[in-house]
Ligand binder design. Structure first.
Ligand code: ZN
Length: 456
């Protein structure tokens, strides 16, 4: 009896041992298979990155870029962590202590690569500890870069960044601060920001909504790169066309447009919305200059087929707080479209605008010629879109005379008015530029259509 029991016990032990062996083997195979694609990451630099493993009483993986300087950064990090772990466990030696470092190559382009390390520390008798660290590498300068390299070190840049973030912080916290107070607070706290990483389309900030400087309770907030022009250094602001988004970090919150100016609008004052259809065109930047100079915002109902050509202009519209509306792909009569036709006119335009701006999604649609019906309205509503017509038409396409168009804008100007202009005619842009100045002199607040709808 005793002997038999003993044998069962041995069988159990060897069985477990065998099972462990199989598991280790399977894990290695899975790891090997899973890590294989790492070698081909980035079409631009095929084969440049491979994998290195450091095994001691720990399992550590890190990417190898086959560049002595960059590889030294990686090795310094993992070996440093390894040494720190050995030191921490010096007096509690146990074969079951284990340090595991894994990584994800989050973004890999011609200029930068972001490596996200995850560190799992298991010490017997203590709860497991997980920590993460993103290492951003400048592949041209061959060194690790941080917030101080990526963010422009000027008060204006910091303030504009604080402004982009303030809406998020207002939503997350119960702080009853005015936007200006919140921006001021953030501005001070952003001086020392350290946690920053790059993804294909965004710059990701890891911040604590209650105390942006604290390392506890951090949230990942992504800001689309086009919005950060003038805030981060140009080398890092453009979406790299050669970038391979390996695995996008999932941010809890993504900022793709300027926070609404709503809280600076005085609803008791005169409000007017200028709308510009059929563009963008080469004349549009002149209009944006005038809007910017007079702290005004307009709404641009753009055509989908022009979005990629005028991507920089669309990005500027968004950055300066203007609204972009959907004016279909190529200006057909929507009443004559079937379901597939509406999809290719409306949804394709939404996608083109999103692609050009780094994620901005229009909420307003202006049917060409104002031609609409219940089917069109129902279609738009089913996609969460709102129809936006006008109540004053400059007929600028008929009379391409700056004086005539200017006079019509000024004659039609009234509180709550939505004025139709086209930014594809230089005469219209010239007239509107003058009208923006004179409307401001007359005390109008020139706002976007969505903002006007909020109050009128
Ligand atoms: Zn039109």
């Amino acid at each position: 009896m005793i002997l038999k029991r003993h044998r069962v016990h041995i069988h159990l032990v060897s069985g477990l041992f065998f099972l462990a062996l199989v598991l280790i083997l399977a894990t290695s195979i899975i790891l090997f298979v899973r890590l294989q694609p790492v070698g081909d990451i980035g079409t631009a630099r095929k084969g440049v990155v491979s994998e290195q493993t450091l095994v001691k009483n720990n399992t550590t993986h890190y990417p190898v870029f086959h560049d002595p300087k960059i590889d030294a950064v990686m090795e310094t990090y993992v070996k440093g962590e390894s040494l720190a772990f050995e030191k921490a466990t010096e007096h509690k030696k146990d074969v079951r202590n284990h340090l595991a470092i894994t990584y994800e190559l989050r973004q890999f382009g011609t200029r930068t690569a972001t490596v996200g390390f995850t560190r799992l520390e298991s010490i017997v008798g203590e709860p497991d500890r997980i920590s993460r660290k993103d290492v951003v590498i400048d592949l041209i300068e061959k060194r690790e870069i941080g917030a101080k390299d990526i963010i422009q070190q000027t008060p204006t840049a910091r303030r504009n960044l604080a402004y982009l973030l303030h809406d998020y912080f207002k939503q997350q916290t119960s702080m009853s601060l005015t936007p200006a107070q919140l921006v001021g607070l953030l501005d001070i706290q952003l001086t020392d920001i350290t946690d920053i990483s790059l993804s294909a389309n965004d710059v990701i900030f890891s911040l604590n909504p209650y105390n942006p400087k604290s390392s506890e309770g951090k949230a990942f907030i992504a800001i689309s790169r086009p919005l950060l022009k003038g805030i981060i250094n140009d080398a890092y602001s453009v979406t790299d066309p050669n970038v391979k988004p390996v695995s996008e970090q999932s941010a809890q919150f993504r900022i793709v447009s300027q926070p609404p100016k709503g809280n600076t609008i005085n609803p008791a004052g005169k409000l007017i919305a200028l709308t510009f259809d059929d563009g963008p065109s080469d004349a549009t930047p002149q209009l944006l200059d005038a809007l910017d100079a007079y702290q005004s915002q307009a709404t641009f109902f753009v055509l989908g087929h022009l979005a990629s050509t005028y991507a920089a202009t669309l990005q500027r519209m968004v950055r300066e707080g203007n609204e972009i509306g959907n004016h279909t792909w190529n200006h057909p009569n929507l009443r004559l479209q079937n379901q597939a036709g509406l999809d290719s006119q409306i949804l394709a335009t939404q996608s083109a605008i999103q692609a050009a701006t780094g994620g901005y999604t229009p909420v307003l649609v202006r049917p060409p010629y104002g031609f609409t019906n219940s089917a069109v309205k129902q279609y738009l509503a089913s996609h969460g879109l709102k129809e936006a017509l006008w109540n004053a038409d400059t007929n600028d396409w008929k009379d391409r005379d700056p004086q005539v168009i200017y006079d019509r804008i000024m004659t039609d100007a009234r509180d709550g008015q939505v004025i139709l202009i086209h930014d594809i005619y230089p005469a219209s842009v010239q007239a509107a530029t003058r009208a923006i100045r004179d409307l401001k002199i007359q005390g109008y607040q020139i706002v976007t259509v969505s903002e006007l709808y909020k109050y009128r």
